[in-house]
Write a protein that binds this ligand. Structure first.
Ligand code: ADP
Ligand code: GLC
Length: 457
């Protein structure tokens, strides 16, 4: 079966968040399952794949010139890079200040037109779209192949000026959204199947007030909307063999984790007498950064210390910086995007904080569990599907859930987690259960494969 998998991100080439990881993980598992997968992404940096020459693509004049460099990655897998005007930038979406490029409408509409031209030239059995950047593709195709849209983040819809509707040759009505063009709502209406990255998120977003305005179009899809839980790249996230860490560890031999904890504490310049909490995140409203920051004044009472790594929203980052100055002995803010530090924070910490307001899936709570770090999260979306509260399910839990997504809800969950962490038997039971879960993408890939088959038989 030939799958054309379209995305704006693909780890490790280009990643702004979990989208890049998720597409890379799914692609790898589908290839392992024997599918012929052509992944297509924008050529943001003029990457050199192999010696093959780019092929020109037949796109409308406003998107020209467009070309597809259909090559192979070092491991032999197929990757196609799309070049359209102005797509080449150091960051896929934002300038150095974190502001979206003003021409993202033109850049991603041209990308979508080019992917559609590619699909027309060489039709796949399945066209698998990911997030809004790929949504308009169905409006550029006369006869689209069987298609799936995976929604990684419903909050980003890529809504643009309605004038663009005139540039969609097919089914433009489906994309019309209160006078604008909404790439995501259009693809939700048109794709043969719509998936979210966790089952709970799929059930949340059809409820009024939870679907970012798209509740109605989502409800209209009925049973064509399904949730498939993301996996983790268990080679990149492997405590037994992590190239970014100085020590390895595993179940039943946690010495390496203790060494990494000592290394982390040393790097943070702290002397540790209680639990160490970490958080690795984009700094955005979604992630409940303000809620996480509101626990800082309580850390003294809890006897814990907290290290936050992240970048994003300028106002929230300024707040974090100010708190780090005022509570330097308890809280530190590591500003930036740093994969090595992220791995150290997942491996070396005791507890992992994630008070998201909404979470389509979330990968970091899984990354924490894989490294024996106990997650303390809000009870929303994919977090409900991946974390089991050990107070509600004693002896079966893998973390702690705050049902009330608020400062008091989080402090309560944190207190409960610290109590469990202070009991060596309970702590190791929770760690062991988290570390043994099979997060591999092969599980999810089987579900996607069943969907593909249901569309092609
Ligand atoms: P989202 O996609 O909403 O940002 P996810 O939890 O799905 O959230 O995925 C985020 C990914 O990005 C994870 O692999 C996480 O480890 C990584 N990440 C997030 N922030 C940082 C950071 N500041 N430095 C390094 N890695 C980060
Ligand atoms: C999004 C979501 C996150 C999800 C990721 C990968 O960025 O915010 O919850 O894990 O996509 O699917």
């Amino acid at each position: 079966m030939r799958v054309l998998l379209a995305s704006a991100e693909l780890s490790p080439l280009v990643k702004a968040g979990g989208l890049g990881d998720a597409v890379a993980g799914l692609r790898g598992a589908l290839i392992r399952a024997g599918l012929d997968v052509e992944t297509v992404i924008p050529d943001y940096r003029g990457w050199r794949l192999d010696k093959s020459e780019p092929q020109p693509l037949d796109v409308p004049e406003w998107a020209a010139p467009a070309s597809a460099h259909r090559g192979r990655m070092a491991d032999g897998s197929r990757l196609t890079l799309i070049d359209v005007p102005e797509i080449r930038r150091p960051h896929p979406y934002d300038d150095t200040e974190g502001h979206a490029f003003p021409d993202n409408d033109q850049r991603f509409m041209a990308f979508a037109a080019a992917v559609a031209a590619l699909a027309e030239m060489d039709p796949p059995d399945i066209l698998h779209l990911n997030d809004w950047h790929t949504g308009p593709i169905l409006g550029f195709l006369d006869e689209p192949p069987p298609s799936i849209l995976t929604i990684h983040n419903l909050a980003y819809q890529g809504r643009i000026n309605g004038g663009w509707l005139d540039d969609l040759p097919h089914r433009a009505d489906a994309y019309e959204w209160f006078g604008d063009l909404n790439p995501l709502s259009g693809a939700i209406a048109l794709a043969d199947r719509v998936t979210t990255v966790s089952p709970t998120f799929a059930s949340e977003i059809v409820v009024d007030g939870n679907g970012f305005g798209l509740e109605e179009p989502l409800r209209n899809r009925g049973s064509a909307l399904v949730g498939i839980l993301n996996g983790l790249d268990t080679e990149v996230w492997n405590p037994a063999n992590d190239r970014l860490l100085d020590h390895s560890f595993g179940l039943g031999q946690l010495d390496g984790k203790a060494h990494l904890r000592a290394e982390l504490v040393d790097r943070l310049g702290w002397h540790l007498d209680g639990p160490l909490i970490s958080m690795v995140t984009r700094i955005t409203d979604q992630k409940g950064i303000d809620i996480a920051l509101s626990v800082v004044p309580y850390l003294d009472g809890i006897g814990a210390r907290f290290a936050l790594l992240g970048s994003g929203d300028a106002a929230l980052a300024a707040e974090a910086r100010a708190l780090a100055t005022a509570h330097a002995d308890r809280f530190t803010f590591l500003e930036g995007y740093d994969e090595q530090m992220a791995h150290l924070l997942f491996a070396g910490a005791d507890l992992y904080l994630m008070p998201s307001r909404f979470e389509p899936c979330g990968l970091t709570q899984m990354q924490a569990m894989r490294y024996g770090t106990i997650p303390v999260t809000s009870a929303v979306g994919g977090l409900v599907d991946t974390v089991v509260d050990d107070d509600l399910s004693r002896g079966h839990g893998t973390g702690f859930l705050a049902h009330d997504v608020s400062p008091t809800g989080l402090v309560d969950a944190l207190h409960r987690a610290v109590r469990a962490w202070r009991s060596p038997r309970r702590r190791s039971g929770i760690q062991r259960r988290g570390m043994t879960i099979d997060w591999s993408w092969d599980v999810a890939a089987r579900e996607y494969l069943a969907l593909y088959e249901s569309l092609t038989q």
